[in-house]
Ligand binder design. Structure first.
Ligand code: PMP
Length: 355
């Protein structure tokens, strides 16, 4: 730390992203919830046809074409959408824009929330998950300011039903509820239908997971025109060109190719079910995931830390959090069908070794 850093940032504990190994050729990488399938041919064509000469020009600051595609796919008005450099950027804008009266979120959720709260000096409250790792919406009664819920939650994978999101919105119509739907593409329901009824709802989406575009960095904020306008003020006070030209093209092609999206989604969900059943049979406890990962742990013969290490030695990278309450689980992103079979076989071998 230099002596020039603003003192209020002295104690900031930055977010630690999952490992991104340089050489993945001999690794099965199941640690950062990426889609195991590459972007589809429509995205590849859009990028192949991209005119390199155009990179000399700044991208469209209004991201018009990608917003039009998103409005069509999500069934909302264009004025209800703002794009961010990944949903991380939009979530950061939210903590900056809406954190003044306090922010509440579950104690076990996306680890970045508390980092942004720290960065922007928001007072935050972490509401404990119940012992079954579920969010209990009654526990948010009386919380002022802003509530943020990842639904499905990470790293548990558990989802709240829409009726619970409605309950949160009804608790206080003057409180903003942000629903981070990063993983919603792997769930059966989502909060978009509630937008017409509630102007205290803001939905954050990403193309990183369901649309295989984590490397393009595209997030979407979807809400009332007034809320989107607030966030737009921040974007245009920070970085008007926050989405680069290539990402705009990739995002538009990816979103409009709903057929490919659905194929990948179905394959991921099928592998999730296969893996969940196989690992449960081997004695692991796994909450009912609605995301593209499983939270796997509490095995009678092996700790999560040991399982993580043994998988790593076998060339399979998963995520382990040494955080209290969840330090006996690993989070495993859903891979391809082949990755899934390999993981099951390797786990069998590991467990045989500890019997
Ligand atoms: N929300 C949650 C719950 C996440 O797990 C992630 C990804 N790590 C994000 C948001 C951010 O995703 P991105 O910036 O790639 O859109």
């Amino acid at each position: 730390m230099s002596r020039f850093l603003n003192s209020r940032l002295n104690r900031l504990a930055p977010y630690v992203p999952g490992e991104q190994p340089r050489n993945t050729t001999r690794l099965i990488k199941l640690n950062t919830n990426e889609n195991p399938y590459p972007p589809g041919n429509k995205v590849k064509e859009a990028l192949a046809n991209a005119a390199c000469d155009q990179l000399r020009l700044y991208p469209d600051p209004d991201t018009t074409a990608l917003i039009a595609a998103a409005a069509q796919v999500y069934g909302v008005k264009r004025s209800q959408i703002l794009l961010g450099n990944g949903s991380d950027e939009l979530l950061a804008f939210c903590f900056q824009a809406f954190g003044e009266d306090g922010v509440a979120f579950p104690d076990i959720s996306y680890g970045f929330y508390q980092v942004w709260a720290g960065l922007y000096g928001d007072i935050y409250t972490q509401i404990p998950l119940r012992s079954n790792l579920q969010i209990a919406v009654e526990d948010y009664e009386g919380q002022k300011g802003t509530v943020i819920i990842a639904n499905p939650n990470a790293p548990t994978g558990l989802a709240l039903p829409l009726s619970d999101i409605r309950f949160l919105l009804e608790q206080d119509k003057d409180r903003l509820v942000i629903v981070d739907e990063a993983y919603v593409d792997f769930n059966e329901e989502n909060a978009l239908p509630l937008l017409a009824e509630y102007d205290n709802l803001l939905i954050i989406r990403t193309l990183s997971k369901g649309y295989s575009l984590a490397g393009a960095r595209i997030g979407l904020a979807i809400g009332s025109e007034a809320i989107i306008d607030d966030l737009r003020r921040i974007k245009f006070s920070f970085n008007p060109y926050n989405i680069n030209r290539l990402s705009l093209l990739a995002g538009e092609a990816g979103l409009l190719d709903q057929e490919y999206f659905s194929q990948c989604r179905e394959r991921v969900i099928a592998s999730r079910q296969r893996l969940q059943a196989a690992l449960c049979e081997m004695g692991f406890t796994i909450p009912d995931s609605r995301a593209n990962f499983l939270f796997v742990g509490e095995h009678p013969q092996i700790t999560a830390a040991e399982y993580y290490q043994a998988l790593r030695e076998a060339g399979i990278l998963v995520r382990y959090f040494s955080t209290p309450r969840i330090d006996n689980f690993v989070r495993i992103s859903i891979g391809t069908e082949e990755d899934t079979e390999e993981l099951i076989n390797v786990t069998h071998t590991i467990l045989k070794g500890v019997q």
